[in-house]
Design a protein around this ligand. Structure first.
Ligand code: NAP
Length: 304
């Protein structure tokens, strides 16, 4: 069996298109959804993520409220900004780009984000609601919500399935496990202390890998016909035929390639469907952020 390759770019484009249509309708009623981004310092990766989020807003008709603070900013100043944005009626979503500099207490900043504007879904109340029966939070974290959206859009049956999640981080493993549980899957979470991990993984109808270990999941660990969602993003060196590091002619820097936590080439021969890296889960994160911002705007105006 060769698996269906799940095209995350196409699914993300469809989600963004749906959001754009709804935003257009809201704007016609005089409601302009707004997303505030908070960037502290000048990490190149954080700057490019924030830029991509602002571009997505511009494409979809969502207003951006960019906030950039220097690396040396105090905890009190970041807190004051988040409190101001939480009180600003034009702002429907607040995204604090992580990681924050070491001298800033991330937990207290995230706790200050209004739970009605917590489009990243990281506020402990929203995470708590995610885990409680019958208590749906307004926002689920974007990457985990993207995993569920991918499964839904390819027609995977989540309810009653055996789901195994590799990784228990606050941003991916734990929330994706709670979302799968909320959809009535029987969920097992594996982590670095899990014994006989391969035999647990082999039971999965749905396997979500989020550990950050290149090609960790091999074909013999995957149940034939499983849905495999690879969240991992790992950078590997590109080697020349003689085994030496390949150098980019353009930049003069060592060439690297991105791979997931799953051995894609081998596992696609066993699975029913699989996400590639790149081009699988990655594009879903910003699409779900846009969807969450729309949801925040609708909730703020009492629209269901
Ligand atoms: P993380 O915070 O480092 O957590 C890794 C998790 O994997 C931990 O729970 C850890 O277990 C577990 N783990 C590590 N090695 C393991 C092993 N050998 N066997 C079993 N479990 C193991 O990572 P993260 O932030 O969740 O990210 C995971 C991956 O997803 C990374 O590659 C990251 O780049 C990627 N990611 C992608 C997106 C996206 O596509 N949009 C978004 C976020 C993250 P312990 O808890 O026991 O330490």
């Amino acid at each position: 069996m060769t698996a269906q390759i799940i095209d995350g770019k196409a699914v993300a484009a469809a989600v963004r298109n749906d959001v754009k249509e709804e935003v257009t309708k809201l704007r016609a009623k005089g409601i302009v959804p707004g997303l505030a981004t908070v960037l502290v310092g000048a990490r190149p990766d954080s700057m490019s993520y924030v830029t991509a989020k602002r571009q997505a807003c511009a494409e979809l008709g969502i207003e951006s409220f960019p906030n950039e603070l220097p690396e040396t900013v105090s905890q009190a100043e970041v807190l004051a900004l988040v409190n101001k944005l939480s009180a600003d009626a034009k702002v429907n979503g607040i995204l604090v780009q992580l990681p924050l500099p070491k001298h800033i207490d991330e937990e207290s900043i995230l706790n200050a984000v209004s739970i009605n504007k917590d489009v990243d879904g990281f506020h402990p109340i929203n995470v708590g609601k995610l885990g409680m029966k019958g208590r749906e939070p307004l926002f689920a974290p974007c990457t985990p919500a993207g995993v569920i959206e991918l499964l839904d859009r390819i027609g995977a049956t989540i309810s009653g399935s055996r789901a195994v999640v590799l990784g228990r981080s606050n941003i991916v493993g734990l929330p994706v496990s709670l979302l799968l549980l909320g959809r009535d899957a029987t969920v097992t979470i594996c982590h670095s202390r899990t014994k006989d991990l391969a035999s647990v993984v082999r039971q999965a109808d749905i396997l979500v890998a989020a550990i950050g270990k290149p090609k960790f999941v091999t074909a013999d660990m995957v149940k034939p016909g499983a849905y495999v969602i690879d969240v991992g993003v790992n950078s590997l060196p590109v080697l020349n035929p003689d085994g030496s590091q390949a150098i980019s002619e353009k930049t003069g820097k060592p060439r690297t390639k991105l791979v997931g936590d799953v051995d894609f080439e081998a596992v696609k021969e066993v699975a029913a469907a699989i996400t590639p890296v790149p081009g699988g889960v990655g594009p879903m994160t910003i699409a779900m952020l846009m969807k969450n911002t729309l949801r925040g705007a609708k909730a703020a105006h009492g629209i269901t």
